[in-house]
Ligand binder design. Structure first.
Ligand code: FE2
Ligand code: FE2
Length: 258
């Protein structure tokens, strides 16, 4: 199969970013890109629904699928940190977002919102703001879940007062003349006037749309913040009979057939 080298490199970002990438990362990216191309059917459609979560084999937002790896079993009473280590890892995107929020002095709950804002993409991608907020709702303050729910719509609308520009990446993913669906526009207009607007907006401000090879991330700075603002159920996430326990269980047991 022929790979358009230029098109492949364009998916990686700037020349500086590519040069800074370790060679294994570059090899991984090439493999991923090649698989994406292979996974296109004759009609040019990916073989997997684009809204599926990455734990089920969905690839990046540009489509395609990714190789599945064997998942480690989870502890009997899994904590949020266990999910980060055993199901969401490497979680680079959310760790980079939360690290950015922390460095810029955001309050702890906003840092937590950044850390949690996209982890539901492991389960499902379509409408991830709503799914993600629902999944966190029993365990975080209303402000945090409100922010997660509405960041999805706000991403499409710049706000120069806080330095948020329309992400260039979205021109690549959605196309240059993309117009958000009416429900997204309506949600933005509602959120724009809400007293918690900045809870959602700050997620988009710290949302990093490009691979940043210079930013080293770790879970460590967030463990205490989770401890203070995430109500870990004593039975373990997935087994606490909350209205969203099944979402966490689906991440624990994604291979169960029914
Ligand atoms: Fe998001
Ligand atoms: Fe994000």
């Amino acid at each position: 199969m022929e790979i358009d080298r230029r098109a492949f490199l364009a998916t990686l970002g700037t020349v500086a970013a590519i040069e800074a990438m370790p060679s294994e990362a570059l090899a991984d990216a090439l493999e991923h890109h090649t698989m994406e191309k292979l996974d296109q059917t004759a009609e040019g459609l990916p073989v997997i629904r684009r809204g599926a979560g990455s734990i089920f084999g969905a690839g990046g937002p540009s489509g395609g699928t990714r190789a599945l790896s064997t998942l480690a079993p989870m502890p009997e009473k899994p904590t949020l940190v266990d999910f980060f280590k055993l199901r969401f890892a490497p979680a680079t995107h959310v760790l980079q977002s939360a690290t950015d929020a922390l460095r810029k002095g955001e309050p702890e709950e906003r840092v937590l919102a950044c850390l949690l804002h996209d982890v539901v993409l492991n389960l499902i991608k379509v409408d991830h703001g709503w799914w993600g907020a629902q999944m966190m709702e029993p365990y975080v303050s209303e402000k945090v879940s409100w922010g997660i729910r509405h960041h999805q719509a706000l991403r499409f609308y710049p706000d120069s007062s806080v330095g948020y520009e329309y992400p260039e990446l979205y021109n690549q993913i959605f196309g240059k003349d993309y117009v958000p669906l009416p429900y997204i526009k309506a949600t933005y207009e509602y959120a724009r006037k809400h007293k918690w607007y900045m809870e959602a907006r700050s997620i988009t401000v710290h949302d990093l749309y490009a691979f940043d090879p210079t930013m080293k991330v770790s879970m460590d700075p967030f463990v205490d913040i989770i401890g203070r603002h995430f109500k870990q159920p004593k039975e373990g996430l997935g087994f606490d009979n909350s209205p969203v326990a099944h979402m966490w269980r689906s991440l624990i047991y994604p291979d169960n057939p029914l």
